[in-house]
Design a binder for this molecule. Structure first.
Ligand code: AGP
Length: 604
């Protein structure tokens, strides 16, 4: 995920910006840059890859006295991770850095291009600086131009902008992406998109609220709310614990990533939801010409999202879909026909088995698509087409937000293909889109829910095993729930299709066998319920997850009211993630780095 820093003061501006960006490295990035304004002159440096490359480029640059500067680490979402796409972006005499996504960038860009503006990058961010400079021409002052620009942007953003006409000022805006300003006793001002760069420099910080915008100079911090009303900054002491700050105060990265899902899923959808169609600008519509089958191939959690996708693609896109575990596929001499679109799914884009299957598909002349979280990864470079999941870096070995965003992409993809194939009407697609818009609120973790799961977890620390059961698309979710639990708790857990239990596994049922039952109200409820009753009759200990109270369960976790099974899917996903987390915490395990596992499996 991208990071932002900013500085106003007399110290070594370059070093402060670079040090700040270093503190944001843990968030992941693929390029970085800074812009400094001193004595009316800009200096700008950008580099692809790690910060050492930027350090190398700036090694001969030093500010002499007072300067203002902004810096950025970029995680590519619109456009490749190249130097041109790296921030800060230049207009004629201003620079901007931005986190988030400008949803209406295509419209603004078209208007600006029509009025003669030339764009250098493929990013959504560049529209901000050009729009600002266009507004400057008719505004009383730069702040008025900036305020107007902010009012023209739709989407999520944290923005810092500097311009030659105001050489002591940094303009800022925040909506949906974090941003704070810090002060100390030395008449300096620091900006950042999270606490860590400010630790050691500032004693107190003001966290901007959504809708805030304004400007900061050495002497003034002017903040306006979303209605344009001036407000006071609210400073609070800055905690000096860096590790805690990196985790945004959460105990583990996994926990932080579970809580982040609502935001990153919004990012995944941003700019991709039309009125009654899905907009994947990155996909050539011809990609699906002559395609009669989709083959999905992945490992681990990504395989579970592929399996979830197989239900959505057949149900909504009416296209034959098959599934492959990458490590199996590569050695079983599969038949590959050219009317198949070969889709690999990978958080990292580097998993050796999955990468190998992609190479096999390319060699066989198949069209290929990768659903991936890391631009410029090996798979992204190799595949014919890419959809980025925009989850930001995932640090916890146990994948959470990557899974959530992959399934979100697949839900959208099934609607995208449904439109091409006419398998759903415009009204049906529109009603799915309104469900997608509801998604972020369904994956928000509430204190009540987390507390309940924390309390319940103490009853699930022993026993001789867990069965996670579900039907239909809740079967891959059950598999994913079981994988999460075994990865970080080291307890034995299996996912099973609920209807299969009576074909063997039910023999294991006794009070020491824990069944985690997924009971969605809107998909095969009665069928799943009777499978759980069979287990309950054999005295298995049951924890039911549903929006309908279930009296045959020993424990019941109630999800909130959902009007569609896919909303139930994502609500239950959060419950399963939290349950694994809390069981593992009670068992004293290292949740973020479980034994024997690596985040990216780049060997066979
Ligand atoms: C899931 O929690 C694991 N980290 C693992 O199963 C992972 O999903 C698998 O190794 C595939 O990784 P990828 O998505 O980066 O290809």
């Amino acid at each position: 995920m991208c990071g932002i820093v900013g500085y106003i003061g007399k110290k070594n501006t370059k070093q402060i910006l670079l040090d700040g960006l270093k503190e944001l490295e843990y968030r992941g990035y693929d390029s970085a840059g800074i812009a400094v304004l001193e004595d009316g002159e800009f200096s700008n440096f950008k580099a692809v890859g790690k910060l050492v490359n930027l350090e190398e480029k700036t090694k001969d640059f030093k500010t002499k006295s007072f300067a203002i500067g902004i810096g950025h680490t970029r995680w590519a979402t619109h456009g490749k991770p190249t130097e041109i796409n790296a921030h800060p972006h230049l207009g004629e005499s201003s620079y901007v850095v931005h986190n988030g996504i400008i949803e209406n960038y295509a419209t603004l860009k078209k208007e600006l291009q029509t009025s003669g503006v030339t764009f250098l990058s493929q990013t959504d961010t560049e529209v901000i600086v050009h729009q600002f400079e266009k507004n400057q021409k008719n505004a009383k002052n730069s702040f008025e131009a900036f305020a107007k620009t902010v009012s023209q942007l739709h989407g999520a953003y944290a923005i810092l902008l500097i311009t030659k006409t105001e050489p002591e000022t940094i303009f800022f805006a925040k909506h949906g992406s974090p941003m704070l300003v810090g002060i100390n006793g030395e008449n300096e001002k620091y900006f950042a998109s999270s606490d860590t760069p400010l630790i050691g420099h500032c004693q107190s910080v003001n966290y901007f609220e959504d809708g805030d915008y304004g400007y900061v100079t050495p002497k003034e911090i002017a903040i306006f709310d979303k209605n344009g009303v001036k407000k006071e900054a609210k400073f609070s002491p800055l905690s000096q614990n860096k590790l805690l700050a990196q985790k945004d105060g959460f105990r583990f990265f996994m926990e932080k990533e579970i809580y982040e899902q609502s935001v990153v899923m919004s990012d995944t959808m941003m700019g991709r939801l039309g009125e009654s169609e899905i907009l994947f600008d990155e996909l050539d519509k011809n990609l699906f010409d002559g395609i009669n089958e989709i083959k999905l191939c992945a490992c681990g959690t990504s395989y579970h999202s592929a399996m979830s996708a197989s239900y959505l693609l057949e149900r909504y896109s009416k296209i034959r879909t098959s599934l492959e575990i990458a490590s199996e596929f590569r050695y079983r001499e599969p038949i590959m026909s050219k009317d198949t679109l070969f889709v690999v799914i990978s958080q990292s884009g580097e998993t050796a088995d999955t990468l190998e299957t992609l190479k096999m598909a390319k060699t066989a002349g198949l069209k290929t698509l990768v659903i991936c979280n890391v631009d410029n990864s090996s798979m992204v470079r190799l595949a014919d087409a890419t959809i980025l999941t925009r989850a930001g870096i995932e640090k916890g070995v146990a994948s959470t937000k990557a899974f959530a965003t992959q399934v979100t992409v697949f839900w959208m993809l099934s609607l995208f293909i449904a439109k091409l194939k006419n398998s759903l009407s415009a009204d049906e697609i529109a009603s799915h889109i309104s469900l997608l818009r509801e998604l972020p609120s369904h994956v928000k973790v509430t204190d009540d829910m987390h507390e309940r799961i924390k309390r319940l977890s103490k009853r699930y620390l022993h026993g001789h095993g867990f069965f996670f059961i579900g039907r239909d698309i809740f079967y891959p979710l059950a598999l994913e729930g079981a994988l999460k639990l075994k990865e970080i708790s080291y307890l034995h857990a299996e996912g099973y299709p609920a209807g299969e239990m009576k074909h063997g596994p039910i023999a294991l049922a006794d009070p020491e066998l824990f069944t985690i039952a997924l009971l969605p109200k809107h998909l095969h409820y009665e069928k799943s319920k009777s499978n759980v009753e069979e287990l309950s009759a054999r005295d298995s200990t049951i924890c039911a997850i549903s929006q309908i109270e279930f009296d045959k369960a020993d424990d019941f976790i109630e999800i909130s009211e959902c009007r569609h099974y896919m909303l139930e899917f994502f609500e239950m996903m959060v419950v399963l993630q939290l349950l694994s987390l809390e069981i593992s915490v009670r068992l004293g395990n290292d949740v973020d780095m479980p034994r024997n596992l690596a985040k990216s499996v780049t060997v066979e």
